[in-house]
Design a protein around this ligand. Structure first.
Ligand SMILES: Cc1ncc(COP(=O)(O)O)c(C=O)c1O
Length: 348
């Protein structure tokens, strides 16, 4: 589905989506108030809806996934604590070191296979101040990313998620799930979202990625946690006034754009299988579980050069490393676009 005219196939990210006519209609009709004063009815409706869908008590609408993770980390930790997260997680790689600057935390990095951490590796990376003669920082928060972006859009098996949460709890750590693309995992696994996140104290979901809203993320958790998170959102400058204008798009996204993610997954799969058959490229098909495809360059080509040649053919991807590219499938990528993208690779 694509309602704006373009001659490009934009596979750089699922963040490039633009609101559809129906979503704009929802935005147009949104009732608004002053959310800093707590009386924007559309924001309140979105927060209630998200909390219910994820089986938690309360939710907080924030401007971005990065802010959601930052507020969560700040709420769960104290300066001098340590967060435990995957080596290539978004929190570690792409959020400007916010855990250090905004929360005063150090980070313990856990190795992973396609972005999925083993419970034992998490356990081995939780350090506690107690019993260390105060040598260690206090590991107090375990973060899990589901789906894992750098893992290839991979989904955590439920038993691993549950085991990691139990290990964290047993070691007196809080748990946070960066579920920027949680609904991709929901659709791919056929598991209820509340079940997936059941044992996690807080969860961040993004509305502005595969779900197609222009702006916004939601942090969910217990009422007590969200009340404290509200304070940190304010201090981070994230209190928004007539935010119902953008929250309306979020409600529309949650009501209309979840089931259709299966189409993005199907297109990603078809693209991945075709590219993997080409001699200069390889794709780890095991990792293609949702809407992302990481392409490895196997013949000494330079990723930036390939990106520029593909761009000349109207196809936009991101280079992730000197030897790898990423293609992300979203609601504006049609079946014909997939054909165009495959053909662009074939004729490089
Ligand atoms: C896994 C993950 N978490 C968090 C974010 C941050 O979201 P935002 O760009 O809205 O800050 C992203 C963005 O791509 C992401 O992929």
């Amino acid at each position: 589905m694509r309602e704006y005219s373009t001659d490009r196939v934009d596979l750089r990210s699922d963040t490039v989506t633009q609101p559809t006519a129906a979503m704009r209609e929802a935005i147009h009709g949104a009732a608004v108030g002053d959310d800093v004063l707590g009386d924007d009815p559309t924001v309140n409706e979105l927060e209630t809806k998200a909390a219910q869908m994820l089986g938690k008590e309360a939710a907080l609408f924030v401007s971005s996934g990065t802010m959601s993770n930052a507020v969560a980390i700040r709420t769960h930790t104290n300066p001098g604590d340590e967060i435990i997260t995957e080596r290539n997680s978004h929190i570690y790689e792409y959020e400007g070191g916010g855990y250090a600057a905004l929360s005063g935390c150090s980070v313990a990095l856990v190795p992973a296979n396609q972005g999925i951490m083993e419970p034992n590796d998490v356990a081995n990376n939780i350090r506690k101040q107690a019993g260390s003669l105060s040598h260690y920082p206090n590991g107090s928060l375990v973060c899990v990313e589901n789906t894992s972006n750098r893992g290839g859009g991979t989904c955590y098996p439920q038993d691993k998620l549950d085991a990691i949460a139990k290990i964290a709890r047993d070691k007196d750590c809080a748990t946070h799930m960066d579920g920027a693309r949680l609904f991709n995992a929901v659709v791919a696994s056929g598991t209820d979202p509340a079940r997936i996140v059941r044992d996690y104290d807080s969860v961040s979901i993004c509305l502005s990625k595969g779900l197609g809203a222009p702006v916004g993320s939601i942090l969910v958790g217990s009422s007590e946690f969200i009340a404290e998170a509200h304070r940190w959102r304010k201090m981070f400058g994230g209190g928004m006034r007539q935010a119902g204008i953008i929250a309306a798009a979020g409600i529309y996204a949650l009501e209309n754009n979840i089931e259709r993610l299966v189409e993005d997954h199907g297109r990603a799969q078809r693209f991945a299988e075709s590219i993997n058959q080409m001699k200069d490229f390889s794709v780890n098909l095991d990792a293609v579980q949702t809407n992302m495809v990481y392409v490895e360059l196997t013949s000494g080509q330079d990723a930036k050069d390939i990106v520029s040649k593909l761009a000349d053919k109207g196809v936009d991807l991101l280079d992730i490393s000197p030897k790898s590219l990423r293609a992300v499938f979203h609601l504006h990528v049609t079946d014909e676009d997939v054909d165009v993208a495959i053909e662009a690779f074939r004729t490089l």
